[in-house]
Design a protein around this ligand. Structure first.
Ligand SMILES: [Zn+2]
Length: 189
């Protein structure tokens, strides 16, 4: 199964999450918001140095369903260019922002915009504990472990203390099911 994180927000919390991932010996696919990475360029190397994979989660995290095709492509291209400049690669995956869930097939407008920007894969997710709503650590853990299985893609978020606190139990629980938490590239490669 793959660990994917929406990546932006408070740097102190980001550092805590990075430390928790290191302690748990887990690597993730970090779907970075381009404007955040642009403001904190040292985080590109920081994430890479810890073995994490960077991916495109739009430049400004606007509500994608409300954008025109031209605006969609601009959001993807801007983030792609930040990734390319700071890491030497645009990354393998794009994930839109502001979608209702991670399992609906993306609209053809989204797929076309991603394809034009060079992304063959728009990556969704099937395990969504809604950690960004801060439901509490116990809920984040139990919702995740109730639905995760072989081949699952888990969606979590930087910037939420409850998620950081939940991480050790999530990793333990995933491994107790006989699953190995890996990056999206490793899962799909
Ligand atoms: Zn997001």
């Amino acid at each position: 199964m793959a660990l994917t994180f929406h990546t932006d927000g408070d740097l102190g919390l980001a550092q805590q999450l990075l430390d928790a991932l290191s302690s748990g010996k887990a690597t993730i696919t970090a779907f970075v918001v381009g404007s955040w990475l642009q403001q904190h360029p040292d985080w590109a190397k920081k994430l890479l140095d810890h073995g994490h994979e960077l991916a495109n989660h739009t430049q400004n995290h606007r509500s994608f369903p409300k954008l025109t095709p031209v605006q969609m492509e601009a959001e993807i291209v801007e983030c792609r260019d930040v990734l390319q400049r700071l890491t030497g690669t645009p990354g393998a995956f794009f994930r839109p922002s502001g979608t209702a869930n991670g399992t609906d097939r993306p609209s053809s407008a989204v797929l076309d915009a991603a394809g034009s920007a060079g992304y063959a894969t728009v990556l969704g997710f099937d395990v969504d504990p809604l950690d960004y709503r801060d439901p509490g650590t116990a809920a984040v853990v139990s919702r995740t472990l109730a639905t995760v299985g072989p081949g699952s893609i888990l969606s979590l978020h930087f910037g939420h203390p409850g998620t950081i606190a939940a991480l050790p139990r999530i990793l333990d629980g995933i491994r107790a099911k006989g699953l190995e938490p890996v990056t999206a590239s490793k899962l799909l490669g």
